[in-house]
Design a protein around this ligand. Sequence first.
Ligand SMILES: *Cc1c(COP(=O)(O)O)cnc(C)c1O
Length: 415
Amino acid sequence: MSFLKQNDPEIYKLCEEELQRQSYNLEMIASENFASPAVIEAMGSVFTNKYAEGYPYKRYYGGCEVVDKMEQIAIDRVCKLFGCKYANVQPNSGSQANQGVYQALLQPYDKILGMDLSQGGHLTHGAKVSSSGKTYQSFFYGVGSDGRIDYDRVRDIAKIVQPKLIVCGASAYPREIDFKKFREIADKVGAYLFADVAHIAGLVVANEHQSPFPHAHVVSSTTHKTLRGPRGGIILTNDEEISKKINSAIFPGIQGGPLENIIAAKAVGFYENLKPEWKTYAKQVKINAKILSDILSKKGFDIVSGGTDNHLILISFLNKEFSGKDAENALGFSGITVNKNTVPGENRSPFVTSGVRVGSAALTSRGMKDAEFTFIAEKIAEVLNNIGNEKVYEKVKKEVYELSSKFIIYDRPTY
Ligand SMILES: *Cc1c(COP(=O)(O)O)cnc(C)c1O
């Protein structure tokens, strides 16, 4: 008997509804994934009851002898996973991890150089609407006409701007990020290199993407995207001085009592990431993204940068009558969940856009492989070639339902 069902039927019903939505649609938002039942169980554990301000064995509260052991395990596992020395597992989100990094290394009005949001960067990389763009003087680099980061241009901008910190890492960039090149640029101008691997962390830990170590001075990530743990953030470094500053920046700098239940779930997630099977998963994530890219470009769609090295593709509609928003809606009606995204050379507003971002990580977690992704790519093409045709949406929605019914996410309710 579910406690939730008994005590709060209204929210219980919405949990049911959301599980149905996740189960019978194709979740292709590149930043999403399906956490394992074990991760979800740990998130719902009694660790939520415990106040533990401070860090393991240095707390401001009594009764921390159990959380100390647990949080230390999370730290040890994530250091092993990334091959680094120091970790802070307390950031409540990727954005708070980044805010912590800036607070640790910068003073207000210091200069930061990051990837432009409209070119694939993240809000927290200096966008003016984010605290990163309000607190610091932010400058931007982007991609060249080939859709790839133009490292020569990054170097030129860095020389002119003389930033104190360069942030690399992206939210909508389909190509491998060259951390070594970024470090060379950072060294030339005496800047810190901060790598935000939020999107690609699950590939990095499987050696399916270049590691930010030993190149970056500091690394942040989310734990819920390709890493497939609970929603949250982490900060990693090999530098003891930096690690101390990071710890003070997170607590008491920007956070209070850590979400110890989430930290327990992070530990469970890292345990899964350390297993040999993780490598198989990460490889398949990349294969599946490549299938989407190959088939859609064969069918005449413009894939930004001409392909993908990671878990996502960007389809550009600059040469089409319809927008990213139209495509997101049409695919949504057809049971395929993606998000609209700006593309390099964008000529529509950020609320409309000329592209969609499509990711393979979540469906790969459901066990879908080459055959299913071939089918899905064909269905995406079918919908995009029939924008406005509701009969096509209905037909594809049925086919999506049939496919997703064969790949059950959770065989028993985990809420
Ligand atoms: C998702 C993302 C973040 C922020 O993570 P939240 O948990 O949503 O705050 C930060 N940086 C990058 C590159 C991201 O993709």
